[in-house]
Design a protein around this ligand. Structure first.
Ligand code: AHM
Ligand code: MG
Length: 339
């Protein structure tokens, strides 16, 4: 039987290594280990309904949230794999107050610092809704050979060397960019490899999906309220009304919109006056992917990638997706901010 030639993630990253300025095999090894961790989390997510892994671990994370067992599993798994790669000096995750420095000699010589949300959308796990891992890779600022410093993990998003996400959905996909476009790999479970399925993803400039938790409508900024009404207006020329789609799982909502064309919105609300999503390990990696697929990401006034984190768990309003939709939203925000 004729077989198409498949490119696995590992082949791809080795071939593309030259694209990363100054990168040698180290960067490829790091991504390879991200892929291994993703496969392990995939395996657990897929048997979540079968094994005694659902439900709460009985622990509370630094932000006062109940941790799900799979949160803990994903955090430990990515941490272990990044440590095993020997290329990473430390990891900052949603689950830990401060960045974790790897103390092994090998790791101290690692050039890279990683920020990640090991299992985003985990409150959805019990309902079999897609969840995701979001990651961001920086070149460390502290001297190689020493303990990493906090600044290594608090760099602006523009300094990302690579970023991506894994979506554990109807199929499991790993999507990443190293600054030369976005490529998506689908896990072929029969051979246990991520295979290139979505080369050079380009998001439509003009989308028709808006994704927002409209239950918070009363508390949205006026510009966002007006934009939602604009999306709902009838205008045949521009294809409105648009379609509303919201899963409540950032990776899944963003991924669908990237492929189909749309805008994801999470503004400030009364419950989350700064916005809900975390700049360092949720917004920045997704913003890098958004821009690299031809889209845009803003906090309403500024490009997300240019914001200075200041602290690891900082939250920001987040709008990401098709370029023209983001532009239109910005017009509404600007206009209604000034009256
Ligand atoms: P989490 O990091 O606690 O899982 O929260 C982040 C998730 C995102 O995946 C999603 O976009 C958002 O929370 C949904 O929030 P809400 O339920 O308020 O609409
Ligand atoms: Mg999260």
């Amino acid at each position: 039987m004729f077989m198409h030639k498949v490119t696995t993630l590992n082949q791809f990253i080795v071939e593309r290594q030259a694209e990363i300025p100054g990168a040698t095999g180290e960067f490829s090894r790091l991504l390879h280990h991200v892929g291994i961790a993703a496969k392990k989390v995939h395996r657990e997510v897929n048997k979540a309904g079968l094994a005694d892994i659902l439900g709460r671990a009985g622990t509370i994370n630094v932000q006062g949230e109940n941790q799900q067992k799979l949160d803990v599993f994903a955090d430990n798994t990515f941490m272990d794999e990044l440590r095993a790669s020997g290329e990473c000096c430390g990891v900052a995750t949603e689950e830990n107050e401060s960045a974790v420095a790897f103390d092994e000699d090998l790791c101290r010589r690692g050039k890279y610092a990683v920020c990640m949300d090991p299992l985003d959308g985990s409150s959805n796990i019990d309902a079999n809704v897609p969840v995701g891992t979001i990651f961001s890779i920086y070149r460390r600022l502290s001297p190689v050979g020493e303990r990493p410093s906090e600044e290594d993990f608090l760099q602006a998003g523009t300094a990302q060397i690579a970023a991506g996400y894994v979506i554990y959905g109807s199929s499991t996909m790993l999507v990443y960019t190293a600054g030369r476009g976005v490529n998506g790999f689908t896990l072929d479970a029969s051979i246990g490899e991520f295979c290139l399925s979505h080369p050079l993803v380009q998001t439509p400039a003009r989308g028709r999906i808006y994704s927002i938790n409209e239950g918070n409508y009363a508390n949205f900024p006026v510009g966002v309220k007006k934009y939602i009404k604009y999306c709902q207006e009838i205008d045949e020329a521009s294809g409105r009304p648009y379609t509303s789609r919201y899963i409540g799982s950032l990776v899944a909502d963003f991924h669908r919109n990237m492929l189909r064309g749309g805008l994801f919105l999470y503004p400030e609300t009364s419950r989350y006056p700064e916005g809900k999503l975390r700049l360092v390990y949720e917004c920045n990696p997704v913003a890098f992917i958004a821009e690299q697929s031809g889209g845009a990401a803003t906090n309403g006034t500024r490009r997300v990638l240019e914001l200075t984190p200041g602290s690891l768990h900082r939250r920001v309003p987040f709008y990401a997706g098709s370029r023209e939709m983001a532009g239109k939203l910005m017009e509404f925000l600007e206009f209604f901010n000034h009256i």
